[in-house]
Design a protein around this ligand. Structure first.
Ligand code: ADP
Ligand code: MG
Length: 289
């Protein structure tokens, strides 16, 4: 009877839009008490929009945007798409490289350029002048993501991008809480942008400014505290954390790498279905006992 009930559970999952790697996954699903949610693309739509361009003193906003967009053409990050969309004709970048979780670098029209977190520019001693510091502060205070742009050894401007919380995320968090799970928001984005999203969906625990390689350590740390951790993510940068979690859930709208690292896939990318998965696992296993 036991295997049959489990098979029925996984079949019911498919009807709900949950792909379950194998029947044994239901056991870890049932035991979960903490759910770590990636921010960009999981709680938010990940379809970012460019909302502002702030040039450093003596620089042109159009030029800051143009070089940033030229470089970002090589990246598939949501930030990159926002910067590139609508930028028009762009020069080609050479020696392009992704700096995981920080930004991009390359050469545009002979200028060695960097686009990414202010931290990336700081690593190359491109420190922000006061007017750009102020722009970063203002963007973060508004819950937005400031992206610094520099070339030829100097920070030249800030482009500001903004993400939107999915309309279903607040209800999803409420349902997860109703099941007794503690939600945690985890992101590589800045703390204040993360807090703004967390407040909007009803999450108190926020872990921000985390590099992709460190997301897995955050999951381990929670496990060391005795918590049984589900991780929900969509990105390449979430894969290791998804694999480390007691239960990995991938957004079906996310990358193949995330899906392959996970135990469950939420086919439609609807976070509310994560709560359905937990409820289904509890019911299925209760039938067996
Ligand atoms: P998340 O954890 O929310 O999915 P990431 O780890 O992918 O975010 O990125 C963290 C931060 O790094 C972004 O918020 C952005 O500031 C910066 N970043 C990453 N990739 C790029 C890029 N291609 N261009 C500019 N900034 C980037
Ligand atoms: Mg993401």
């Amino acid at each position: 009877a036991t295997p049959t009930a489990l098979m029925v559970g996984t079949g019911r999952g498919a009807q709900l839009g949950i792909l379950i790697r194998g029947p044994e996954v239901l056991e870890s699903t049932r035991r979960v008490d903490t759910v770590v949610l990636d921010k960009t693309g999981t709680v938010t739509t990940g379809r970012m929009a460019l909302v502002d361009v702030v040039p450093a003193a003596g620089e042109s906003a159009a030029e800051v945007r143009r070089l940033a967009a030229a470089l970002e053409t090589g990246s598939e990050h949501p930030v990159a798409r926002a910067v590139v969309d609508g930028a028009g004709e762009l020069p080609e970048a050479e020696d392009f490289a992704n700096v995981e979780g920080l930004g991009v670098q390359g050469i545009v029209e002979g200028h060695a350029a960097l686009v990414g977190r202010p931290r990336l520019l700081a690593e190359w001693s491109q420190h922000l002048p006061p007017e750009l510091e102020a722009a970063v502060e203002a963007a973060q205070a508004a819950g937005r993501t400031p992206v610094a742009v520099g070339w030829d050894g100097r920070a030249r401007g800030i482009v500001v991008v903004s993400d939107t919380v999915k309309p279903t995320s607040a209800e999803a968090v409420r349902r997860l809480r109703d099941l007794g799970l503690s939600p945690v928001l985890l992101t590589g984005d800045n703390e204040r942008a993360a807090r703004a999203v967390a407040a909007e969906v009803g999450i108190d625990e926020v872990i921000a400014d985390v590099l992709p390689a460190d997301k897995v350590d955050v999951v381990k740390r929670l496990q060391d505290q005795g918590r049984v951790v589900a991780m929900v993510g969509d990105g390449v940068n979430d894969a290791a954390a998804l694999a480390q979690a007691d239960l990995g859930l991938a957004m079906g709208t996310g990358t193949d790498v995330a899906i392959e690292a996970s135990d469950l896939t939420l086919v439609r990318g609807d976070l509310r279905v994560a709560a359905d998965a937990v409820r289904l696992a509890r019911r299925t296993l209760a039938t067996i006992k």
